[in-house]
Each structure stands twice: as structure tokens, then as C-alpha cells.
Design a protein around this ligand. Structure first.
Ligand code: SME
Length: 157
């Protein structure tokens, strides 16, 4: 399987269509999760974490994939918590190499986390787990950064 085959333009058009439907925020995030999980072979768990009002925790939002125990993640904990602090994406090609990692499933081998920024502050994250080892390329980064930029409009601050 060629993991780098992604129709980025088509996927981004689908993201635009979902946003234009005018659903409430969680409806949009669920539909985007479904789109990405269905259309990209190496995306096995796709979901969102939302920064809570304290600005110190991430709360699990809409997702597609196996249920996870990690419904609330403190800033700094795991890959998601590290991204919340750094406000920079992480691309982990082999999660077994990570010390500060929260495992969701024994089948997960790799993970990417991208911040959703609003007015220069992180408001949420897009988290994707893969059962493949090292499946992620620059195409994933291009796609997922663009998706996160589009989703900024869903957040108040
Ligand atoms: N693996 C993440 C936790 C969230 S699950 O992947 C859904 C982490 O280390 O932060």
C-alpha cells in the first residue's frame, strides 16, 4: 500500500463542503473525523481534543475509532499534552520510541497531532492514530495543517 497517496485537493473541498453545511461545532468535527478515517487508509483513529476553560486540560471531543480511556489529558501529558504546551505539531512514526506517550490501543504504532490555533492560541487538536509504522509523509502534514486552519472558524477564542 502506498501511504503517501492522498488526494489533498479533493479532501479539502470535502472539508469546505462540510463546514458550509452550517452544523454545530461537534457535528462538523464528527463529519471531518469520518471523512478522514474513511478516505485515508492509514488513519485508524481520528478525533479532536478541545482545550477546556481552565486552559490546562484537553477534553476528548468527536472521534471515529476505538473508544479511548483518555477523555481528559492534562497539558504536558502524552503527545497531545506536549502539543498543547508547544503549540506545534508532532509526527510520531513509531510510538514505541516515545517516553511521554499515552497508549490508546495495542494496535497503534504511529500518531500525528496538529494544533488548531485561534488568535495565536491553541484551542483544540486534531489527533490521528495509525496501525502502520512510519506511514506519515509531507502529504499528511500538508493536508492536516490545511484542515486545522479551516477549522479555526469553529472556535470563539
Ligand atoms: N496517544 C495520545 C493520547 C490520545 S489517543 O491517541 C486517542 C497521547 O499520547 O497523547
Amino acid at each position: 500500500m502506498n501511504h503517501s497517496l492522498l488526494n489533498i485537493d479533493q479532501l479539502l473541498r470535502s472539508v469546505d463542503s462540510i463546514i458550509e453545511e452550517g452544523l454545530a461545532r461537534d457535528g462538523v468535527l464528527k463529519a471531518i473525523s469520518e471523512l478522514l478515517a474513511e478516505q485515508v487508509d492509514h488513519y485508524d483513529w481520528v478525533g479532536f481534543y478541545i482545550v477546556d476553560n481552565s486552559g490546562e486540560n484537553l477534553i476528548l471531543g468527536p472521534y471515529v475509532g476505538a473508544p479511548t480511556d483518555h477523555v481528559k489529558i492534562a497539558f504536558g501529558k502524552g503527545i497531545c499534552g506536549q502539543v498543547a504546551v508547544s503549540e506545534s505539531s508532532r509526527i510520531i512514526q513509531d510510538v514505541s520510541q516515545e517516553d511521554n506517550y499515552l497508549s490508546c490501543s495495542v494496535y497503534v504504532n504511529s500518531e500525528v497531532v496538529f494544533p488548531i490555533m485561534k488568535d495565536g492560541k491553541i484551542v483544540a487538536e486534531l489527533d490521528i492514530d495509525s496501525h502502520a509504522i512510519a506511514p506519515f509523509t509531507d502529504n499528511d502534514t500538508e493536508l492536516l495543517e490545511a484542515v486545522c486552519e479551516k477549522l479555526e472558524v469553529l472556535f470563539d477564542q
